[in-house]
Design a protein around this ligand. Sequence first.
Ligand code: PLP
Length: 505
Amino acid sequence: MQLPLEVDRESSLNLQTQVFEQIRGMILAGQLRSGQRLPGSRHLCQQLQVSRITITLALARLADEGYIETARSVGTFVSREIPEQALHALQTDLEHKKPTGTPAHDRSRLPKIRSHTLVNELAHRIAIDFWVGRPDPRSFPLRTWTRLTNKRLLSAGSALTEYRDPTGVPELRQAIADHLRPARGIIAEPEQIIITGGCQEALNLVCRMLMSPGTHAIVESPGYAGASYLFESFGANLHHIEVDEKGLEVAQLPDVTNAVAYVTPSHQYPMGCTLPLDRRLELLAWAVKTDSYIVEDDYDSDFRYVGSPLAALKALDSANRVFYVGTFSKCLGAGLRLGYVVVPPELMPAARRYKALTNNGQPWLEQAVLADFMNTGGYARHLRKIRQHYLGKRDALLQALGSAFGDGTTIGAEAGMHMVWRTPDHLPAAPEIITRALNCGVGVYDLSPRSAVIAPTRPDVERYLIFGYSSLSEKQIATGIERLADAVQNKTRAEDAHESSVCRA
Ligand SMILES: Cc1ncc(COP(=O)(O)O)c(C=O)c1O
């Protein structure tokens, strides 16, 4: 490590004091942290072109005053405890140097943006967590991934040191095109595909191309907050279109032009319905008529448990109006941050330029390993395996809810990794259930921004709970619902008894 030190031979301060002051300043400012190793004195002499004695004396003074410690034949380190008077001196110094007048950049003028959260801040309080959209960590194909990673690293050549095509590793784009044809009915050339940092970056890319303040953005209600908030941050004019039991109410699309419509037709987020064919065709016709684009987010379409999956909306897109967005966050893991977007061909040159401006492309290694995983058949096997596991978990949840509560309706259980439960009318509203569940270590969620949902047009929003089941074992699911039933029903019975005794009195 080289420290950013400099000596000024014209200065009135001698060289030893200059070195002392600069290292002390870095320690007090937190640039060098306690316990951190300092470069050796020989290295410092060479760097600053000063004599060994200058450095030795500067370090000795730092040690005498308690800023550094030397462990014989190990090295020199910043002290674990910096002398109190030194910290006090620094604070006084900073007070004196506080800038006065208007800051160069007035932070109150920064646009106020809202953002969704996919990180469960309460996780540490929860033993059994029905948090939405998480794959089971035990299902990650760790052994194969490690083998493929090692193999790629050993033959990396210049792949780690040189810039590559910002749109992504060609083998991965080809593998995705090959996967989409049979799995989703999409005929796309690899040259139409851009590898992104998950769905979220794909949505950003689309926004950079199509959105400016005032652009009409159509979103589902309830819908995915990660899309709505993003469009809002671009200054879009948002239209929240209601979702009924079939999905987006396409007949309510506004009569506007050059709009962007964001939809989750395979498994609506959060309600879980699958948009039927007639509505899909109507939506596509609307896009053509209004000169608009559709963004199809197919985030968890790999999991379908009942019937055959409907082909993607993109598969019907003869007019090239659909951006198809996919992610590996749900089938492999969100930590990989890998997704992609299939771009209408005429917009691809612009999309490539925006991708280069954003980050010059995703990290090479994960892309290359994923390509190998897909091309050697591992991905298809992995999907088959986890689909089967998730089906077992889904059934366990349906069974547990049925036997604990009897009534109540589940929605969207035919596909995906979560389902929505319309609570029986005698139970309290969703926020109250969430609090009671939390008190017995169970995490359940409602249709609110804390589950990345916004539902501005839904009056009965507090009657719904959303259960992610893919990351829990069947046993955990059964126990979690039992505990939930105890927490909710015992209290409800106690309250009923209390109320009726009050009435009798
Ligand atoms: C509808 C929807 N789209 C996209 C995502 C996030 O995808 P990614 O991790 O690829 O950004 C989520 C995450 O839960 C989601 O629910």
